[in-house]
Design a protein around this ligand. Sequence first.
Ligand code: NAD
Length: 480
Amino acid sequence: MESKNWIGGEWITPSGEVRPVQNPSDTAEEVGLIHLSDQSHVRTAAEAAKAAFPKWSALSGAARGECLYQMAAVLAQHSEELAQLASREMGKPISEMRGEVTRGVHLLRYYAAEGMRSDGSLIPSADRDVLQYSKRVPLGVVGIITPWNFPVAIPIWKIAPALICGNTVIWKPAENGSLTATRLAELFATTSLPPGVINLVIGKGREIGGTLLNEAAVQAISFTGSSATGRVVAETCARRNIKYQTEMGGKNAAVVLRDADLKRAVPAILSGAFRSAGQKCTATSRIIVERTIYLAFVEHLQQAAEAVKVAPALDEAAYLGPVASAEQYDKVGGYAAIARREADLVWEKPVPQELAGRGYYINPLIVTGVAAHHSLVQEEIFGPLAVVLQADDFAEAIQLCNQSVYGLSASLFTQDLSRAFQFLEKAEAGMVRVNQETAGVEYQAPFGGMKQSGSYAREQGQAALDFYSQLKTCAIKHSF
Ligand code: NAD
């Protein structure tokens, strides 16, 4: 498979740099080739998106919704093929990748239906001869910049609401998700989506993402990725006065109180920490345990952790696969080295010998014995490494939970309704959950983070419609 750009309904293979894609589960396998674009492709895509905008935005919501239903149908038909390609490209276990593609199908259907829903409100006027109302209107051309860790769901949860609101799109996926992006675009190209409504440009972050950000005639940028890049996106968009949303890093805490049902809490925490090899923005990376149950917690952890199987991504039984790339392997490996040097081991699962050295596998690891300000507790690791902190009581647990520059998601495990409610009120995170893992927020609910995890505009659910539209206030005097 080779990547290609989809611009104005045409397939274009850039003639510049070519890069092989290695399967992170087995680096000897070449999955395909990526053709990297140059800046001219972004400009052509911006022209195509601009040219497609008047007709697309003039269609009825129902007609746009029909295209989204077709996109959902073709994705559902090819879900297994796409899940396998993504697993081979970025190493997410196939069982999870199937779930991600299904989420993509559901998101497309959800936003397709929005084409037939109210898109404004009637507002009383002080003058009885005036009819006054607000309506959502599209922004225009929207730039969409996505990461590799959800190569299907994240692009769709941006593209689907953007399109139903009447915008056209330029999509720059992460380099590590470019083959999956190409195949997704190929599937969408078989629907009645008009040319230029979605434009795919494959390339490097700084160069292609940077051109999209700095130069392309876009009215908004929706970005998901690291906090470092997100800050650049926010600064640039603010300077250009274009709308932006930045969904960024996390350092999510799971708090375990003394009355928690450990049989159920521990598997949820392991899932939050190690599914997708810890490479979810909502992954559990801090585990805050009330001191009196620490030993019981570790005992349950050691039993439940038997289920955590490290295997190639296409292995049906893989609990976690490799991390996504050599870059991820080095970065997470660096934190694992710090953990071995400076922390105490709670639990570790060695990578099976036959896999070591074959791909980017990292031993899942839980450590303790470091202070709350330590880099392992404060920095986003984005790999299969979690840190346990002990808290004297509920108040200290909340204080530790909030002691982070990030605020994406947080969980509490307890049987105490009052504490559950206090946690939902006090935890400084965009998504707060009780007796559920930190990851796994449903698509019909708003998704996003507080503090350095986001920029106040939420994704998914109805909240996405607020980002991809602007309000026009209309008033007409009917007796004039
Ligand atoms: P990244 O910031 O390196 O890249 C994200 C995207 O931005 C890629 O498409 C990349 O090519 C592009 N990019 C890089 N530099 C750019 C620049 N200067 N200008 C414009 N675009 C540029 O992030 P990543 O490594 O792909 O993803 C991992 C990060 O994403 C983690 O920090 C994770 O927490 C975060 N993430 C957040 C959410 C969320 O909803 N909050 C969801 C998933 C991932």
